[in-house]
Design a binder for this molecule. Structure first.
Ligand SMILES: C[S@@+](CC[C@H](N)C(=O)[O-])C[C@H]1O[C@@H](n2cnc3c(N)ncnc32)[C@H](O)[C@@H]1O
Length: 297
């Protein structure tokens, strides 16, 4: 269960560790925004359809967002906001000099004013404990855990908080988290849910990620994994030539055509969806979004 992407992250990918665990999200949005990072925007557009699918199958309504950072996916799923709105907000000159405490006060008001009438409950986990704390204090998460599940078993509090998980989401995190984390999380969710089942799992990994080990793991929890074939999702611009060359080399090894995508200077991600076999066989992932227009952007 060793993680083949740990080395890629350390050697070939731009390093964003310095903004992952600050007391508040301003540096995160500034740094990721400078590379046009888009993964949470794709989640905003895709995940509501998946939550409807979970609910149609009788699953619970909550989301467990792994690698939740400062609660970005929760902010977008629970509020009438786009990722561009968040980039604009955290770049406002009048917020630049606020203390973290004052920013938290302002954010609580800001989010309360645009919350959806019945927002999904989102539980978050990330190894960056400060980021999770911010998301919790801003009112974005129902519960949040600064835990590194690649290294340790989930805490009792985590295990006690994931029983309402119908959908497990990861944007921008697959590769940081791998089989060990997913195994621990799926086990915890299945044990906590009254029906004893694993949740749907929706992730948007970069196309150089070989998903086979995760699909195999998910199948041990009764989940069938599909990749959306109708489109890919621009994730962010390459930070430099090292990233670009490494990604193009990896894709060539995998026989993946980068034209019009990575060749244009962007990481592209695939949507992978894993669902209980009975549900996956009813509607393939490519049809799931068919009439919703959720893919048309
Ligand atoms: C690119 S950010 C994505 C954050 C958020 N999901 C988004 O799309 O904006 C990657 C996140 O993975 C987290 N991360 C890295 N290693 C991790 C691990 N072992 N366990 C949990 N989270 C991890 C980082 O702290 C960071 O918040």
């Amino acid at each position: 269960m060793s993680n083949p992407y740990a080395q890629h992250n350390e050697q070939n990918k731009a390093n964003f560790d310095h903004v992952y665990d600050r007391p508040d999200p301003r540096g995160y949005f500034e740094t990721l925004g400078s590379l046009d990072y888009l993964a949470p925007e794709h989640g905003r557009r895709l995940f509501p359809t998946l939550l409807q699918g979970v609910s149609a199958g009788g699953g619970p309504s909550g989301v467990l967002d792994l690698c939740c950072s400062y609660g970005v996916n929760a902010a977008l799923l629970r509020h009438d906001l786009t990722l561009d709105d968040l980039y604009a907000r955290y770049a406002l000159p009048e917020l630049a000099d606020l203390s973290t405490e004052d920013l938290l006060d302002a954010d609580r008001t800001f989010y309360a004013e645009c919350r959806h009438p019945s927002p999904p409950e989102v539980v978050g986990a990330d190894s960056a404990a400060n980021a999770v704390r911010y998301a919790l204090r801003a009112g974005l998460l129902e519960a949040g855990f600064g835990e590194d599940l690649e290294k340790t078993e989930p805490s009792e509090a985590f295990r006690g908080s994931v029983g309402n998980t119908g959908l497990l989401t990861v944007t921008g995190g697959v590769g940081y988290v791998w089989e060990r984390t997913f195994d621990r999380v799926l086990k915890a969710v299945a044990r906590a849910r009254p029906d004893g089942r694993a949740p749907w799992v929706a992730t948007l990994p970069a196309r150089l990620v070989g998903y086979g080990p995760l699909s195999d793991l998910f199948s041990r929890y009764g989940l069938v994994t599909e990749r959306l074939s109708s489109r890919t999702f621009p994730q962010r611009r390459f930070a430099d030539a090292t990233e670009r060359e490494h990604v193009l080399r990896q894709l060539a090894d995998m026989d993946v055509d980068p034209s019009g995508k990575e060749e244009e200077g962007w990481y592209h991600a695939d949507l992978y969806l894993s669902r209980p076999a009975g549900e996956a066989s009813k509607v393939p992932v490519d049809e799931l979004f068919g009439t919703t227009g959720a893919l048309d952007y």
